[in-house]
Ligand binder design. Structure first.
Ligand code: GLU
Length: 273
């Protein structure tokens, strides 16, 4: 059997809810069916929203659900220098540029998703003035660097057991931010870097991230990282058919547990028992 390695990668911005439980149970079940491994990864690069107590609660909630993972768990905030090194490598190849623009300045541009580099003199003046900036990945530069490979960018997705090949269209998302003004890395760069570092063969996550492979494929090809197979699962919806959000605090696993619900009842409710 070929190697199957996947991960569950929550962001500790609040306590886990039923949607996370469904996602985790699905990921662990897929790995079990394939005789593979699941790694747990804590995606806490957003240092303003992520809190250690939510990370601790993730460990507690997943263990309560009967899920186990190997140690050490990768905690992204311990590895900012890895993401910084990727940004430096992209910069050295002319693939990243500084963006000092504010949200309202971006809104006034004809193409707010791909604002492009500033004029050199403006950039120097902003730097001299100590203004904060984000790093963006330049699609124009990527197109140039990749040549004909740009038109062949593609990724594989498993849909109901069938392998489907999709053309990757990073242009839908423009010059994505790879490091935010207030954080040394942004989601796509950190997650894609870690998926490669941790030798993921399969990325299994909710349909809310169905667009992510369009961007992540480009990063993989630019950085020479392997391309995993993607799967997207349905999201758990509330009674009104809306996505469960972290704002619905009554539905956290911690609260359900406190109110006497058992892990088995959670699994039954979500169709895993
Ligand atoms: N950390 C992301 C989240 O909690 C998941 C990222 C991923 O699975 O790639 O939404």
């Amino acid at each position: 059997m070929s190697v199957f390695r996947t991960r569950f990668a929550p962001s500790p911005t609040y306590y886990l809810h039923l949607g996370h439980a469904a996602s985790a149970l699905h990921v662990w079940r897929c790995a079990e069916e394939m005789g593979g491994d699941v790694l747990l990864r804590i995606e806490d690069i957003d240092t303003t929203r992520c809190k250690p107590e939510y990370t601790a609660a993730i460990f507690e909630d997943l263990a309560w659900l009967g899920l186990s993972w190997s140690e050490p768990v990768r905690i992204q905030s311990d590895h900012f220098s890895d993401y910084r090194a990727c940004i430096d490598a992209l910069r050295a190849r002319g693939l990243a540029y500084r963006c000092f623009r504010t949200r309202s300045q971006l809104e006034n541009l004809t193409d707010p998703l791909s604002p492009g580099p500033h004029a050199r003199s403006d950039e120097q003046a902003f730097l001299d003035a100590g203004q904060a900036f984000a790093w963006r990945l330049s699609l124009n530069a990527a197109r140039e660097v990749l040549g004909s490979t740009w038109d062949e960018l593609a990724y594989r997705e498993q849909v109901h057991g069938e392998m489907v090949s999709h053309k990757a269209r990073p242009e839908r998302h423009g010059d994505i931010i790879i490091a935010r003004k207030d954080s040394p890395s942004a989601y796509h760069l950190a997650a894609t870097h870690d998926d490669a570092l941790q030798s993921m063969t399969h990325i299994i996550r909710g349909e809310d991230l169905i667009e992510a492979p369009h961007i992540q494929t480009l990063l993989q090809v630019l950085m020479g990282w392997p391309q995993p197979i993607y799967q997207h699962h349905q999201l758990v919806l509330d009674a009104d058919g809306k996505k469960l959000s972290k704002r619905q605090k009554s539905l956290t696993l911690a609260d359900l547990r406190k109110n006497g619900m058992t892990a088995l009842e959670i699994k039954q409710r979500l169709g895993f028992a």
